[in-house]
Design a protein around this ligand. Structure first.
Ligand code: G3P
Ligand code: MG
Length: 254
């Protein structure tokens, strides 16, 4: 049984907002993705020390911002004062860590479909899932809802409780032997796996159960074409300016 309906998001999503075109997890990244014709994005959401959902990948601030220490220990005002663009290139100096509400407004204005990855700081798995889902429900009301994904099943379970109507995806590096049970446990509609761990057989087995399949991080055009040919529904890429969705619709889809 292939998935009953077509994958709802863009089939190519820019990784961490703008992939390699802009500093990760910033509004500039959303602009860059849209500017090159990409129609969807993936980004990472974590809670600040005040419990606000913000876009950032690492649990600590050092790599991508001018700050120091743990995101979970930094209050909103501290985060608002940090530079999240200069590390990437001087022309992005002044770019801030986006709060999820500003990100949602920009995605909606740019008409970008969204895979919101719930990325909890250690120890905040359930709270991050609950808060991210609650905000997503409100911020995307009346629009195509974001697909919530996470490596944390605890976060996905909390998201399901907070906003059961929002679609969820289990995120894995390698597809585990018990992927069916794990997806079922969190009510996932999709499995997202690291691309090099996949082969045609795995993709077909996942899709045969009615789950959608997405893969990351796919930067080579030929590799993306192969994954789409295997039946992968979506690729997440650092090169949204290069990687393109196939023009023909998937066989067996409505
Ligand atoms: O959601 C796919 C991908 O973003 C997962 O890896 O570490 O880039 O968040 P990471
Ligand atoms: Mg991510």
């Amino acid at each position: 049984m292939p998935p009953p309906t077509a994958w709802p998001l863009a089939r190519v999503l820019a990784h961490r907002c703008g992939g390699a075109l802009a500093p990760e997890n910033t509004l500039a990244g959303l602009d860059a993705a849209a500017a090159c014709g990409c129609r969807g994005v993936e980004f990472d959401v974590m809670l600040s020390g005040d419990g606000s959902p913000v876009l950032i990948h690492d649990e600590t601030l050092e790599r991508t911002t001018s700050g120091r220490g743990r995101v979970a220990d930094a209050g909103d005002e501290v985060l608002r004062g940090l530079d999240a663009g200069a590390w990437f290139a001087p022309r992005f100096a002044g770019e801030q860590i986006p709060f999820l509400d500003a990100c949602a407004a920009r995605c909606r204005a740019l008409n970008l479909s969204v895979n919101l990855e719930i990325k909890p700081s250690t120890g905040y798995e359930a709270e991050t899932g609950r808060v991210a889902a609650g905000h997503a429900r409100r911020l995307w009301a009346g629009a195509l809802p974001p697909l919530l994904s996470s490596f944390s099943e605890e976060a996905l379970a909390a998201a399901a409780e907070a906003a059961p109507e929002l679609p969820r995806a289990l995120l894995v590096e390698r597809v585990p032997h018990d992927w069916r049970e794990r997806c079922a446990r969190v009510g996932a509609v999709a499995l997202h796996a690291e691309a090099t761990s996949l082969d045609r057989g795995v993709v077909e087995a996942v899709r045969a159960t009615g789950l959608w399949m997405a893969s990351y991080t796919v930067n080579a055009i030929e590799y993306a074409e192969m994954l789409f040919e295997w039946g992968v529904d979506c690729v997440i890429t650092d090169r949204p300016d290069r990687v393109r969705a196939p023009s023909s619709p998937l066989a067996g889809r409505s």
